[in-house]
Design a binder for this molecule. Structure first.
Ligand SMILES: NC(=O)c1ccc[n+]([C@@H]2O[C@H](COP(=O)([O-])OP(=O)(O)OC[C@H]3O[C@@H](n4cnc5c(N)ncnc54)[C@H](OP(=O)(O)O)[C@@H]3O)[C@@H](O)[C@H]2O)c1
Length: 129
């Protein structure tokens, strides 16, 4: 950590689906990982699976609800000392249905996660690197 010799790949939303599979694929390519979601136990399971596949890879777990802009900023601040070579904004969800039937709270959460956090993290990443 804290050196350009130790590079990390960040994957948000790595506790399931595409993010989980991406984490495994990067670990197989010897990439150290910083994995981020709300469910810590899923990330612990991912870390265990990666250890059995490639013991040379470091897996750093960060628990964060990215549907809050404040949390997104705090997360980026928290990663200050890691040299991040790749940042993958994967956390998100989709929602389908008639507009009249929508749960607006859920839609707002989706916008915060899929758009606001993604924009904050991408902009800060590009600005720093
Ligand atoms: N699968 C598809 O066909 C498809 C199509 C188009 C776009 N996408 C997009 O591709 C991405 C991955 O899809 P997927 O099918 O792999 O979805 P998934 O299995 O539901 O995984 C979503 C990931 O996002 C994390 N996440 C959700 N809400 C979060 C929050 N508030 N804060 C932090 N992390 C959060 C989840 O972890 P926790 O629940 O542990 O927080 C989970 O790891 C999503 O952005 C999705 O919208 C998928």
């Amino acid at each position: 950590m804290k050196s350009r010799d130790n590079k990390y790949t960040v994957i948000t939303g790595s506790s399931s689906g595409i993010g989980y599979a991406t984490a495994i694929a990067f670990a197989k390519r010897d990439k150290n990982l910083i994995v981020i979601t709300r469910r810590k136990e899923k990330l612990e399971a991912l870390k265990q699976e990666i250890a059995s596949i490639n013991a040379n890879v470091e897996v750093v777990i960060k628990v964060c609800d990215l549907s809050s802009a404040t949390n997104a900023h705090s997360l980026f601040d928290d990663l200050e000392n890691y040299f991040i070579e790749t940042w993958i904004n994967n956390a998100g969800f989709g929602h389908y249905g008639s507009v009249k039937d929508q749960d607006l709270d859920k839609i707002e959460t989706m916008l915060h996660l899929n758009i606001e956090a993604l924009t904050i993290l991408s902009t800060r990443y590009v600005s720093k690197y």
